[in-house]
Design a protein around this ligand. Structure first.
Ligand code: ZN
Length: 498
């Protein structure tokens, strides 16, 4: 690579300013489309207007300016991800288009591709669930996998222009300690193996009437759906429960002028709750279409956690500390709120909930399932991004996931089931951070910490830091400890036996 002159301090300031506008425009477009306010999702004109931010030259000049500070390294990561993103944007759009247009015919019915997963979850007949799942697998293999492979090939080629050996090496250069996290994942998988076969087996028997040893992947979706708990989570209690929870922490949701609540019903509004931090902290939108059920409640509280984090972020922080940084931090605040919805004490206080302890124990088993799944995903993605021929890893995907979950995944999902930008690194560390901060909150403020104004004051103080501190630094500041995935296992053992 030819030597490139580093960007000056002035160039970097100008870059921050434009990147801030670029992200705001993307978030606004995302909000308007998925809230059902704008029919077409038009990213292309926004990318075109800000094309200068993600050229190879721009990326290289910022890369050359990276010094000891994590701040410029975050700008460099943003530029690199933008550069790689614009090379594969067209393929991503093709994937989205295929997903929107493909249909499967199952038992004589035409089912749109995006409705297949929900259909499996809601299908009580096991044999029919299998037919739905297999139709979905065929569509993925035939129509989506060729697009994923092409995107992967383009990324691979582009990564060397960014000065890295491969995608894994690139993220190491961004400061991701993937090797250390992988080591923690291997230990976590070993230490929770027994727990998994005990409590995940129990939740399968309770919810699907099958032992884990006989469960298949189409039973897993049914297990996650858990219709028997719908009665405990009514749609009309969602917003009142959120308001009340925030009030307990000393936050008046309706008085927060920078948090917009979009609850209006529109025909094309996405049913899943989301948060769009258009301006941080001045304009944060929390979008919901309340439907009720455990999953919907969890999603609302998760997104509310993101919204409060961004809305309390100190306006004077730099762009990278408000909008970029370690996403394990914002995911931790989202999980902190989401976890309340399977905490027995919170359920009893806020809702007229039947058998809260039983629900809490099942919730703990579901978390264990997810964390083990993500441990296996990280191990897989690390291998995936270092091989010459990704198609050779189809069976490795099955092996790693089946080892972790005791349920065999679809080999066809070996490309679909991957997160870009090693986002799995953020989720895994967020689970650990949430478990450790959660233990701290309970110890300091009691099991009903969520009803203590003093706990709210501490949270507001931590939220004001935006993402200036990474998850490790934040935890050190709060408890003095270091991030341990094993703490998630302790939290699960506690919640499932309480
Ligand atoms: Zn999230």
């Amino acid at each position: 690579m030819p030597a490139v002159a580093p960007a000056s301090a002035r160039d970097l300031d100008a870059y921050r300013e434009r990147a801030d506008r670029f992200i705001a425009r993307l978030d606004e477009e995302y909000y308007r489309h998925f809230a059902g306010l704008k029919e077409r999702f038009e990213l292309e004109p926004i990318y075109a207007e800000f094309a200068d931010l993600t050229t190879l030259e721009q990326t290289q000049t910022i890369g050359a300016a990276v010094n000891g500070s994590s701040s410029i390294r975050e700008l460099w990561r943003f530029a690199c991800e933008g550069y790689l993103g614009q090379l594969t944007k067209e393929l991503e759009e093709q994937v989205a288009q295929a997903e929107a247009q493909l249909k499967a015919t199952v038992d004589g019915d035409e089912i749109p591709f995006r409705m297949l997963k929900p259909s499996i979850m809601n299908e009580p007949d096991r044999a029919k669930r299998e037919r739905l799942e297999r139709s979905r697998n065929e569509l993925v293999d035939e129509h989506l996998n060729p697009l994923y492979l092409e995107a992967h090939a383009r990324t691979r080629e582009a990564v060397s222009a960014l000065g890295a050996d491969n995608y894994f090496d690139l993220y190491r250069r961004f400061g991701y300690d993937l090797d250390a996290l992988a080591e923690q994942c291997r230990s976590f998988l070993a230490s929770t193996e027994q727990l998994h076969t005990t409590i995940v087996d129990k939740v399968f028997r309770e919810r699907v009437g099958l032992p884990l040893a006989q469960a298949e992947r189409w039973d897993k979706d049914r297990m996650m759906r858990a219709p028997k708990w719908d009665i405990g989570f009514p749609a009309d209690r969602m917003l009142p429960a959120l308001r009340e929870t925030l009030r307990g922490l000393g936050i008046d949701l309706d008085a927060q002028r920078n948090v917009r609540l979009d609850v209006e019903s529109r025909p094309t509004k996405d049913p899943r709750a989301f948060c769009a931090p258009i301006e941080v902290p001045d304009d944060v939108v929390l979008v919901i279409k309340p439907a009720g059920g455990a999953d919907d409640w969890g999603a609302l509280f998760h997104e509310a956690g993101h919204a409060e984090h961004f809305a309390h972020t100190d306006a004077s922080l730099s762009m990278e500390h408000k909008r970029l940084g370690d996403n394990a931090v914002t995911e931790c605040w989202a999980m902190t709120f989401e976890r309340l919805t399977d905490t027995a004490g919170w359920l009893s206080r806020l809702l007229d909930f039947p058998r809260p302890r039983e629900y809490q124990a099942e919730g703990a088993a579901v978390i264990l399932y997810y964390v083990r799944r993500y441990c296996a995903k990280l191990l897989y993605e690390i291998e995936f991004h270092q091989v010459e021929d990704p198609t050779a890893l189809r069976s490795r995907y099955v092996e790693l996931q089946a080892d972790a979950l005791k349920i065999t995944p679809a080999p066809e999902d070996y490309l679909w089931d991957m997160d870009g930008s090693f986002y799995v690194h953020a989720y895994l560390r967020a689970w650990a951070l949430e478990a450790q901060i959660g233990a701290f909150l309970r110890e300091k403020f009691g099991n009903d910490w969520f009803a203590q104004r003093s706990a709210g004051s501490l949270l507001r103080e931590l939220w004001s830091e935006g993402q200036r501190l990474n998850a490790d630094e934040l935890l050190r500041e709060v408890t003095g400890g270091s991030l341990e995935l094993e703490s998630v296992a302790e939290r699960i053992r506690e919640a499932s036996s309480a």
